[in-house]
Design a protein around this ligand. Structure first.
Ligand code: R5P
Length: 278
């Protein structure tokens, strides 16, 4: 096995090659004057190659497709590793006329002849193709284990499993928040069972994008009298002012993993990916 990192996942690619104790194949990625991409993986990238490239942007996705195609045409058996898989949150046709984006993206990657490995997707992608989802919880737990969490909270039901796994790994209680609607515009968030009062709380979600979900949860927990509130997620998309919003809502610490390489990436999913790829 060799690891071939795309431009979006250079650090994680390196860490993964260390975990697997294997060679790193550095591809050339350039652009034509009209903006189209051209990649080169070399004449002989190896028999088995893991192309590692998170797909945060449309360009990242095209880069991944081209790298996989190039490696396969050069004779390699390829696994496509998209630690963060963009478009995964459009996992349903929410309104008539919309696409099932998750299925479209998985299909495009599989069509290059490569199984897909991804980390902590928003929902189970398995029905849409040859995909192996890997849990982000061990990497998140590694980041927060020294934070002294008494209560690990999922901001919604969707993140409950990840939060529960993190809680178990760090030896804390866990619960999730539920939205209660009192009228058309009167909504409140409440912990499902456990009180946050006086407790050091870590909110765990699959992704922080605009920071809206975490900010709302943090403000509510502060109002409820939580001792401290911190935030951790597998994926740090961190759009616009997400970090400022979180910090100004009273969140004391924020950490994300290296599925996307950000200034807040304190943990690595290299270990869980290596286990899957070995
Ligand atoms: C939603 O169900 C997801 O699990 C996240 O809670 C959500 O996508 C985070 O997005 P944002 O940071 O924009 O609120």
């Amino acid at each position: 096995m060799k690891v071939l990192p795309g431009p979006r996942s250079q650090l994680l690619g390196f860490r993964l090659s260390r975990e697997l104790d294997c060679e790193l194949v550095v591809p050339e990625v350039e652009k034509f004057p009209d903006g189209e991409l051209l990649v080169n993986v070399g004449e002989d990238p190896g028999d088995r190659v893991a192309v590692v490239q998170s797909t945060r942007t449309n360009e990242d996705l095209v880069t991944l497709l081209l790298l996989v195609d190039a490696a396969r045409r050069a004779g390699a058996g390829v696994a496509a590793v998209a630690p963060y898989l963009g478009y995964a949150r459009q996992d349903e046709v929410f309104r008539p006329g919309q696409p099932l984006s998750l299925a479209a993206v998985v299909g495009a990657i599989n069509a290059q002849g490569a199984p897909l490995v991804t980390v902590e997707p928003h929902s189970d992608p398995s029905p849409h193709g040859d995909v192996s989802p890997v849990a982000g919880a061990p990497a998140v737990a590694d980041m927060v284990e020294d934070w002294g969490a008494e209560l690990v909270l999922a901001p919604d039901e969707g993140a409950r499993e990840e939060a529960a796994e993190v809680a178990e790994l760090v030896g804390a209680e866990h619960d999730h928040l539920v939205k209660k609607r009192f009228s058309g515009d009167e909504v409140s968030l409440e912990t499902k069972e456990l009180s946050a009062e006086g407790k050091d709380v870590v909110i765990v979600d699959d992704v922080i994008a605009t920071g809206g979900t975490m900010t709302e949860a943090a403000s509510m927990l502060k109002d409820e009298g939580a001792g401290s509130v911190s935030a951790a997620a597998t994926h740090g998309v961190l759009v616009g002012s997400a970090v400022s919003k979180l910090l100004s809502s009273g969140v004391e610490r924020i950490a994300v993993t290296d599925t996307l390489e950000t200034g807040l990436s304190e943990g690595s999913v290299a270990g869980v990916l290596a286990e899957e790829l070995r």
